[in-house]
Design a protein around this ligand. Structure first.
Ligand SMILES: Cc1ncc(COP(=O)(O)O)c(C=O)c1O
Length: 389
């Protein structure tokens, strides 16, 4: 079975994880800042903690956070848990992102932070947002799915995620990157006060999880697990997200375990190769699918964006479940990131309705485009997708 996503691990990551007693978070932060062109970088247990800590660290009478309705639900959760109020804006059906024309209606004198999100790597014109907005509103660019030195420099700070299904991974993790000394110093002071070193139990749990991820995505093992899951409900108890509760993970105040900093350094060395491959595969998918006469009728592509990092290759289809079933029967798992939108979640039902976000969430599928695939896999996946439509 070809999995929907797969971390780009190899023997270098394994060796890094096993190089006990070495590794330093400061070293990882320095390398991260240098690789992506920032003056400062601060690591956090999760990407969502970057927003959480920023909101907590910068006191203000203004308490409103504005973000796209169509984003990872952990972002609204972080804003609420930081005791702020949330406003969501709808997104474009074209590239699934919120742009200035979406944000401008939502900004008020109470807006403290806005979060332009480069979803699936598709770029948002943050310069335009900045030009048009009051100067005292903080722009936190969400580049969790857009790891690239050219993206994320137009706001006041950027939020990176190195969760296990991101471009590069430290199993779980986030980085706040900025050139703004004031933001850096305030968030650092807050991090020193509120966050702590991980407990031994947390480190052991993370270490075991790293090893599980290292091996589980092997095509044969993944296929066997998928079979066992279908037959015996193996993964029933493991929930990706709890959709009905506003929560943060139990270990969200526990900073990196040392092995994560070592894996992070090993992964950083590979990010250019990862981006290049994702980009090549996206270009190929686009070329193969665009010429099918059902494109624009039975399925919809985002116009090719040569600046996108293509964290995913998203397609909207009307008959998503059937397409996924048919693809699965041919040994290919199509993902459904993100098959929800914030204002459609039970915990957020009072928020303003966003019809584009709802539509995208109900139609999205993502074709596998991770770097360990080969071009012949891409050709086969595209064919299987077109046969399944
Ligand atoms: C667009 C986006 N922003 C932020 C995050 C938060 O990242 P993390 O899971 O590291 O908290 C995610 C996670 O998937 C995401 O997709």
């Amino acid at each position: 079975m070809l999995s929907r996503n797969k971390p780009y691990f190899d023997i270098r990551d394994l060796a890094a994880a096993l190089s006990f007693f070495t590794g330093s978070a400061k070293h990882y932060e320095r390398l991260f800042a240098k690789a992506f062109g920032y003056t400062y970088a601060l690591h956090f247990p999760y990407g969502r903690d970057v927003l959480y800590a920023l909101l907590k660290a910068l006191p203000s009478k203004k308490k409103e956070v504005v973000m796209p309705d169509y984003t990872c639900m952990v972002m609204p959760n972080a804003a609420i848990k930081a005791n702020h109020t949330l406003k969501v804006v709808d997104v474009s059906l074209e590239d699934y992102n919120a742009h200035w024309e979406h944000f401008k209606k939502a900004i008020t004198k109470n807006t403290k932070v806005i979060v332009p999100t480069h979803l699936f790597g598709f770029t948002v014109d943050v310069k335009k947002i900045k030009r048009n907005m009051a100067k005292d509103i903080i722009i936190l660019e969400d580049v969790a799915l857009a790891l690239d030195p050219k993206i994320g420099h137009d706001g006041d700070a950027a939020l990176f995620s190195t969760g296990f299904n991101k471009h590069i991974t430290t199993l779980q993790g986030g980085i706040l990157a900025t050139d703004d000394k004031n933001i850096y110093e305030k968030v650092l002071a807050y991090r020193n006060k509120a966050y702590r070193k991980p407990s031994c139990v947390t480190t052991i749990r993370r270490f075991i999880t790293f090893f599980a991820y290292y091996f589980v995505f092997n095509r044969i093992i993944y296929g066997l697990l998928d079979y066992a899951n279908a037959r015996f409900g193996l993964l029933k108890r493991i929930k990706r997200h709890n959709y009905s509760k506003i929560m943060l993970p139990k270990d969200h105040f526990e900073l990196f375990s040392k092995f994560q900093t070592r894996v992070g350094v090993a992964q950083l060395k590979k990010y250019k190769e990862i981006n290049k491959k994702r980009m090549r595969y996206a270009r190929r998918y686009h070329a193969l699918l665009e010429k099918d006469k059902r494109c624009g009728k039975s399925f919809f592509l985002v116009p090719f964006d040569k600046h996108s990092t293509y964290s995913h290759f998203p397609i909207r289809v009307k008959n998503r479940d059937i397409v996924r079933e048919r693809m699965k029967a041919k040994g290919i798992e199509a993902g459904t990131t993100l098959d929800y939108h914030t204002s459609g979640l039970p915990a957020y039902k009072k928020l303003k309705k966003c019809p584009h976000s709802a539509k995208i969430a109900s139609e999205i599928i993502n074709l596998p485009n991770y770097p360990s695939l080969k071009m012949k896999d891409i050709d086969r996946i595209a064919k299987v997708f077109l046969d399944a439509i």
